[in-house]
Design a protein around this ligand. Structure first.
Ligand SMILES: Nc1ncnc2c1ncn2[C@@H]1O[C@H](COP(=O)(O)OP(=O)(O)OP(=O)(O)O)[C@@H](O)[C@H]1O
Ligand SMILES: [Mg+2]
Length: 174
């Protein structure tokens, strides 16, 4: 199975992909690393998306293993030839705790929380891949999430339904 893991920074793509590689033998492709290696990251971190999509398609074509996990938030901005697209989600309240451990400025932190609350990656991925599946990485441990994710990807379990409207209302206070 060839899986895309996308989602807002901090939702757990790299952690889950590592888990799939370690415990389930998946080959891993980190989208950000491919972009950097191919020299596609410009000033201010702007990425040349179309070129990145070509690079990734070639990388996917040359994959050695049958089970492949491609991970990165930019995965939602393009259409990659994979079997299933999964959007990792996390309650903004918990995502804030995760992102506060990083050296993000206030603006970047706010932008990411808002992207999550407004379903940005899910909406984009749906546009590019059609139906997408979602999993909440904020309510289970890493190992349990990885196992469940494989079941969701394989159609054996339903994905999680998420709605961060309550967080948005409380945060905007209107
Ligand atoms: N159930 C879970 N699934 C995934 N990550 C989890 C889970 N529970 C806790 N975490 C933690 O959340 C953090 C997620 O960070 P990670 O770097 O994997 O995010 P990311 O989506 O790859 O971000 P970026 O887009 O910036 O690369 C890790 O520290 C991970 O250990
Ligand atoms: Mg990552």
């Amino acid at each position: 199975m060839r899986i895309l893991l996308t989602g807002v920074p901090g939702t757990g793509k790299t952690a889950i992909a590592a888990e799939l590689a370690k415990n389930f033998g998946f080959e891993r492709v980190e989208i950000n690393a491919v972009a950097r290696k191919a020299g596609l990251v410009g000033k201010g971190g702007v990425v040349r998306l179309k070129k990145l999509e070509w690079e990734l398609k070639a990388r996917i074509k040359n994959a050695k293993k049958k089970n492949l996990v491609v991970e990165g938030h930019l995965g939602c901005e393009m259409r990659l030839p994979l079997d299933v697209a999964l959007v990792l989600r996390c309650d903004p309240k918990k995502l804030k705790v995760r992102l506060e451990k990083r050296e993000y400025g206030k603006k970047k932190l706010q932008e990411n929380l808002l992207s999550e609350a407004l379903d940005y990656c899910a909406v984009m991925a749906e546009g590019n891949y059609g139906k997408v599946k979602e999993i909440d990485t904020g309510k289970r441990g890493l190992k349990e999430t990885a196992k469940l994710l494989l079941k969701i990807a394989g159609g054996k379990k339903k994905g999680d339904g998420v709605d961060w409207g309550g967080w948005l209302e409380r945060t905007l206070k209107v």
